[in-house]
Ligand binder design. Structure first.
Ligand code: AMP
Length: 556
């Protein structure tokens, strides 16, 4: 028996945190149905000033599911949701399951090529999106996919008054596609023919940028989702008296589980505001007495630095956890000084359906004296994390290796990619690509990240995606993209570029070229022109070397 099987971290669980939990439901639909039946008049959603009860959410999701089935959408089909943080996201998610389908969660920041890749890979047959995204991106992409039903909606739907944040938003409905609210009205009062779902049914396909090759759709099952929704509830101690501030992007696994599934299972309201704006966020947190969120650390940094931070009373906002990217201990201290609440580190991946580790509520994460890294916490209920060397041998406490995670939240694989699934998750043990160690007590620390992946405010960027776009510019000879430290985003994108002989392009023009062709979080913020990029003997560009030089300030 190894040190990991002995699970030394269990001794660190806070009071009231059970060691093991039993999933109470086979699927999220049953969990949501129970919460809705318990108190149908409770508020499920607050979108700016608009409240929506659990009863209304049941009615609307029945109507949409019936409408989807009327369109021929059937069991196991994929419906892509390409939306910001709006109520329609939640309606689409639950309705997809009521119609027996799988939701494909697509980032609203994706541009043409990126959206096309996910729609085609998932074989989505239906798409729900914002009118603005349909008109600027979706309309050109969909004809080359299997999507046959398109439903659009607007961010100003449901609102009595348009908030400043959405000023300028206008209806631009396309007559060729279905309108969500019209469909909801048409099918209101109708019940879908919901097939019985079980724990192995896929709830979401969530696309990861992966450690190698193209993006892959992690298959988060209904059981994975219910389990980690319960983890949030029972670890943090959430109940109907709590209020979620839904600020993590809903499409990402953190938003899906921490900001949507967990509150829906617990019968809590979810406050949402289209996209994150720190002053709007503070106002809504205060107005609705939000008590809980999970978000990237950049959200907490922005709240601290918002112009209105001094005026707002957000004393109830204490059940706060942050994951997705490294957290500097100084940030946790500064936030606590400002608002009096302690930020708990939480760690996981898309493939672990959100957390595998969390800092026990009521305790404080230790800081590794050598590296200064804040611990990411301890493995959550029913979860074992081993640290292994390159040959898969378990390492002793204190030794650095890769985290290999097993537990009820680990996905079984990637959509239609059996080989990649087998190599990343052999026998249910996920090779995370994250490198770190466990100390004697059972606290885990992350030392380094997956190879070259860039993490800007929690958004994961695969350098090759950016390089491919740079290479599309006529003047570019070679390009290498790396992550460099950034005070606000944690890390940001820097490109090293060499130009073709006789060609010229300046930094501003090349950045603009990239900006036009990729999601906003991806385009390079800095470009450095060099004569030659450093390479290995076999001709591979040495990204690591460029990154080290960029960090040390010596240039290429
Ligand atoms: P994603 O699949 O987008 O959720 O990204 C997962 C990756 O984010 C992990 O493999 C880590 O590299 C990183 N990550 C997640 N949580 C943390 C955390 N609390 N601290 C540092 N890095 C994190």
């Amino acid at each position: 028996m190894s040190v990991y099987d002995e699970r030394p971290w269990l001794a660190l669980y806070g009071p009231g945190i059970p060691r093991e939990i039993e999933p109470e439901h086979e699927n999220m639909l049953a969990a949501f149905g129970e919460a809705a039946a318990r108190d149908p008049d409770a508020i499920a959603i607050r979108y700016f000033d608009h409240p929506m009860t659990y009863r209304e959410l049941e009615t609307l999701t029945d109507a949409l599911a019936a409408g989807l089935q009327d369109q021929g959408f059937g069991r196991g089909e994929r419906l892509a949701v390409y939306l910001q943080n709006v109520p329609q996201f939640v309606i689409a998610m639950i309705a997809t399951w009521k119609a027996g389908g799988i939701m494909v969660s697509v980032s609203p920041m994706l541009k043409h090529k990126e959206l096309a890749a996910q729609l085609v890979d998932s074989g989505s047959t239906a798409l729900i999106t914002l009118e603005s995204l349909w008109n600027t991106v979706g309309r050109e992409v969909v004809p080359d996919t299997q999507v046959r039903t398109v439903i659009t909606t607007s961010e100003v739907e449901f609102l009595d008054e348009v908030p400043d944040l959405l000023a300028g938003a206008r209806r631009e409905r396309d007559e060729d596609v279905l309108d969500l609210v019209t469909l909801l009205e048409r099918f209101r009062g109708q019940a879908p023919d919901t097939p019985s779902l079980n724990g192995d049914d896929i709830a979401f396909l969530t696309y990861t940028s992966g450690t190698t090759g193209p993006s892959k759709g992690a298959m988060n099952t209904q059981r994975n989702v219910v389990f980690n929704a319960q983890v949030y509830r029972d670890w943090i101690g959430l109940g109907a008296g709590d209020v979620t501030f839904g600020v993590a992007p809903f499409f990402h696994i953190t938003g899906l589980i921490g900001n949507l599934a967990a509150p829906l299972l617990s019968g809590m309201p979810i406050v949402m505001s289209y996209r994150f704006d720190p002053d709007v966020a503070l106002e809504l947190i205060e107005r609705y007495g939000a008590t809980f969120t999970v978000a990237s650390i950049t959200v907490f940094i922005a709240l601290m630095n918002a112009p209105s931070a001094e005026e707002r009373n957000i004393q109830k906002f204490t059940k706060i956890v942050s994951g997705g990217a490294p957290i500097a201990p100084a940030t946790v201290e500064a936030y606590e000084e400002k608002f009096g609440a302690y930020i708990h580190n939480i760690y996981g991946l898309t493939e672990t359906t959100s957390p595998s580790h969390c800092v026990p509520i009521g305790t404080r994460a230790p800081v590794d004296p050598d590296s200064g890294a804040l611990s990411v916490g301890v493995p959550i209920f029913n979860t074992v994390v081993r640290v292994v060397d390159d040959d898969g041998n378990e390492l002793a406490a204190g030794e650095v290796g890769e985290f290999v995670t097993s537990g009820p939240q680990v996905v079984s694989g990637y959509w239609e990619k059996p080989e990649e699934s087998e190599s990343a998750i052999p026998s249910g043990r996920l090779h995370t690509g994250d490198v770190g160690f466990m100390d004697e007590q059972g606290w885990f620390y992350l030392v380094d990240r997956k190879k070259d992946q860039i993490n800007a405010s929690g958004y994961k960027i695969w350098p090759r995606d950016v390089e491919d776009v740079l290479y599309a510019n006529d003047a570019v000879r070679e390009a290498a993209v790396v992550g460099v430290p950034d005070e606000y985003r944690g890390e940001t994108v820097k490109a090293f570029v060499s130009l073709k002989p006789g060609q010229s392009v300046d930094e501003e023009a090349l950045i603009a070229f990239c900006k036009e062709r990729m999601a906003a979080y991806k385009y390079p913020r800095q470009i450095e022109f060099v004569e030659e990029l450093p390479k290995t003997a076999s001709g591979k560009i040495l990204r690591r070397e460029l990154r080290d030089r960029a960090i040390s300030g010596t240039g290429a």
